[in-house]
Design a protein around this ligand. Sequence first.
Ligand code: ATP
Ligand code: MG
Length: 391
Amino acid sequence: MDKLYLIKIGEIALKGNNKSFFEKKLKKNIKMSLKGIQCTVFGGRGRFFIEAPKESSRVVEQVLSNTFGITGYSEVSRIEKDIDLIIGEAIKLAERNIAEGIGLNFKVNSRRSDKGFAMSSYEICCAVADAVLDRIPGLKVDVHNPDWAINVEIRETAFVYGRVDKGPGGLPVGCAGGGMLLLSGGIDSPVAGYLMAKRGLSIDAIYFHTYPYTSDEARQKVIDLAGILAKYTMGINLYIIPFTEAQLRIKEKGLEKAGTLLMRNAMVRIADRIAKGKNDLALVTGEALSQVASQTPESIRYTGSATDLPIFRPLIGMDKQEIINISKAIGAYRTSILPFDDCCTLFAPEHPITHPDFERMKEEFDKLDIEELLIKAADNAEKIHLSGVYT
Ligand code: ATP
Ligand code: MG
C-alpha cells in the first residue's frame, strides 16, 4: 500500500519566470535523497505530492523534513470530488485526532481551485464542520485558536488532510550554483554549510589536515560531519588537504603572533584554487564577528583578501548559543564537540594579533615563500564522496 503526502513550498512559489527551474530542482532533489525507494513525485504550480510505499514512510518523512525548499508536508487522502466522500474522510480524521487526545476545538479550512465545483469554500467548510459536530459529540468549532484542523482542497480531485509537519524552508540545493565550505571539526563551519545550502548553494567541503599534529580521529570527525551535512546538501565531496608542510613553513618563517592569520590566508588560497577548478562561485566559512582574534574586521579583511571569490559567512552576526542551537537541531553538535583538535588550536600563538595592519601582513606573507607548497597541497588533495541518500 502506498501513502500519499502533500508537499508545501514557500519561497519558490514567489518566483516569477524561473519558478519551473526551482520546482524541477526540488523534485529532483527529493528523488535523489530517496534513491532506491519506489516513489513518484508529481505536481507543480505551488503543490507537490509524493507517493511512496507505506513501509518507507519513516524515511520519506525524514527526507521531507530535511529537504530545502519544502515548508511543510502532510499525509493526505485523495478522493473523488464528492461532498459525501469528503465528509467521510473528515470524520475519520476527526476520530483519529480524538483517539490521540489532541483536543476538542477544531476548524475546517477549505480551498477550491476548481471553480466548477458546485459548493463555495465557505459552503464546504460549513458542511464538513456540521457533519463532524453531528457525528462526534463534545467537539467545538474554534476558528481562531483550534487544537487541530481539517483541510479540504478541491483541485483536479479532492484532498483531505490534517496536521501539517514542518519542512526546513529555504530553496532547493543547487539552484544557486556551487560553493566550497571550509569545514573544520568545530561547531561553526557545519552550521555555516547548512545555512548556505538552505539558500540553494550546492556545497562541497575542504578540510586542512596537519598530520601527525592532528590525529586520524580529527580527520575522521570531519568526515563524519561532512556525512551529516551531506543529508541536507544532496551529497558532498570532501577534499582533505595535506597541510603539514605549509603549516610548518608558517611556523618556521612567519611572524609568531600572526601565525593564525597567515595560516588562514594560506587556507583560503588553497580553497580558492580548488573551488575555481570546479567552477564554484563562492567560499563559505564559519566565521562570526569578534568570536576570536582572527575574526575581527581587520583580520577578516586580511584573510578574505586571499581570494576574489565572495566569501559567504552566514554566522557573522550570530551569538555562539544561537549557532549551538542550530548545530544541535541538525544533528551535528555531538560530533562537533568530540575532543579532537584541529590544526588551528595546536599551532595557535599565545598572544595573537587582533588588529593586523593590512600592508604589513602582505609583507609577512611574502616572506614565507610558500606559494609552491600551497599549489602542491591543493593538487594532492584526497577526495572523498559522502552520499546524501537516505536509507
Ligand atoms: P569552527 O567552529 O568552524 O572550527 P571556529 O570558531 O573554531 O570555527 P576558527 O577556528 O577561527 O573558528 O575558524 C574559522 C573558520 O575557518 C572555520 O569556521 C572554518 O570555516 C575555517 N577553518 C578553520 N580551520 C579549518 C580547517 N582545519 N579546515 C578547514 N577549514 C577550517
Ligand atoms: Mg575551529
